[in-house]
Design a protein around this ligand. Structure first.
Ligand SMILES: O=C(O)C(=O)C[C@]1(C(=O)O)C=C[C@@H](O)C=C1
Length: 363
């Protein structure tokens, strides 16, 4: 801007001009996306419109180019919504998530796909898998690990019986609040509802502030929030989405014991996602039950200098092999050093299943 004296009116005029420019540019971008859809359909009538690798590249580029003063993540979130609307113009994306409405998983689904996606709550993790397998929705979102409480076994087990692949990941900072309704007698709270994982994540805070309140575990935080509406002496521990959905007030904010409390969610689908430049791969491996098996499995990763990001052991459900290992590592299965490692692991293991290569979470 020039150095002419600045007053409120001049600034607002300038904002109007800029908004007109932004409007024109977003419309032009949406027109491009529409043309991309036409080309995709011409090339393949069954074309998949959602491209996780491209979206990750767009968001990373925006964060790199961002000159401020807005924070990089904030800027990427705005572009996330623009892309979400552009994709909806190509083909609305339907996403099943572990419900009910108002859970952190819904928040994760919207963070990943943007508000233009159609999100559908499911009652259980295996239902999310089934909906995607049946083709009733394009993708599913399920929690897989929490930084405080560890892995969500149900999700790992579901992969053992499923042919679906992992198309993406999203990490959400989990903030828990103590919520009450307008009708709650705040000085008489004698019962607190929440999901068992949330109780575990807020244990110390509860011991210090509500040592005598009854802690009642329920199936989700959203269910906890719903119950509070009906009882004058109860409170709930839940997140922002549930608070908003049930119109509850936060009487204590961010009560989780660890400030870095976060949960990682997986996007599941039927898509083999091309390289984005910063990718991860997930595999499940069944090893023969013999001494040194884990060492044999991990040695090729070490030799090829591939970073492991996670290693989980689960009892095998087939009965043939005692244990299976879930391994996440950096890299994409199309990269030569990754395919070399996978080749070696196949020779050493009884069974290997590649669950997918996908862009590392950007937001
Ligand atoms: O590049 C594409 O393939 C597009 O469809 C465009 C676009 C975008 O708006 O940038 C939209 C949806 C896809 O998931 C990825 C990117």
């Amino acid at each position: 801007m020039s150095d002419a004296p600045i007053n409120l009116e001049t600034l607002r005029q300038r904002i109007d001009e800029l908004d007109s420019d932004i409007l024109r540019l977003i419309s032009e971008r949406a027109e491009c996306a529409r043309r991309v859809a036409e080309i995709k359909t011409q090339e393949d009538p069954q074309a998949v419109f959602y491209r996780p690798e491209r979206e990750a590249q767009v968001l990373r580029r925006i964060m790199e180019l961002n000159p401020g003063p807005l924070d990089g993540e904030e800027m990427a979130r705005l572009f996330r919504e623009i892309m979400s609307a552009c994709l909806a113009l190509e083909q609305p994306v339907k996403v099943a998530y572990l419900g009910p409405e108002g859970t952190f998983t819904q928040q994760a689904a919207l963070k990943h796909f943007g508000e233009s996606a159609v999100s559908l709550p499911m009652a259980a993790i295996d239902e999310v898998f089934r909906e995607v397998e049946a083709g009733a929705v394009n993708y599913g979102v399920v929690p897989v690990e929490n930084s405080t409480e560890g892995v969500i076994n149900h999700t790992l087990d579901s992969f053992m019986d499923s042919g679906l692949s992992i198309c993406g990941e999203v990490v959400l900072r989990i903030h828990h609040h103590l919520l009450v309704a307008d009708t709650t007698r705040r000085d008489k709270v004698s019962r607190i509802y929440s999901h068992p994982q949330s109780f575990a994540q807020c244990r110390k805070w509860l011991d210090a502030h509500y040592p005598h309140a009854e802690r009642v575990p329920v199936s989700s935080n959203a269910e906890a929030a719903r119950l509070v509406k009906t009882e004058w002496h109860s409170a709930a521990i839940a997140g922002d989405m549930a608070a908003k959905l049930y119109d509850l007030t936060r009487i204590a904010e961010k009560i989780e014991d660890r400030p870095d409390n976060s949960t990682r969610f997986l996007i599941i689908g039927n898509q083999d996602v091309p390289m984005s430049g910063e990718d991860k791969t997930s595999i499940v491996v069944a090893m023969r039950n013999q001494p040194g098996a884990l060492h044999d499995l991990l040695e090729p990763f070490h030799r090829h200098q591939i970073d492991l990001t996670r290693l989980e052991t689960r009892p095998s459900r087939s009965g043939v092999w005692n244990y299976v290992f879930f391994i996440d590592f950096k890299g994409h299965h199309d990269e030569p050093r990754v395919s070399a490692v996978l080749e070696e692991v196949r020779l050493r293991a009884a069974e290997v299943k590649v669950l997918g290569s996908f862009p590392q979470g950007v937001l």
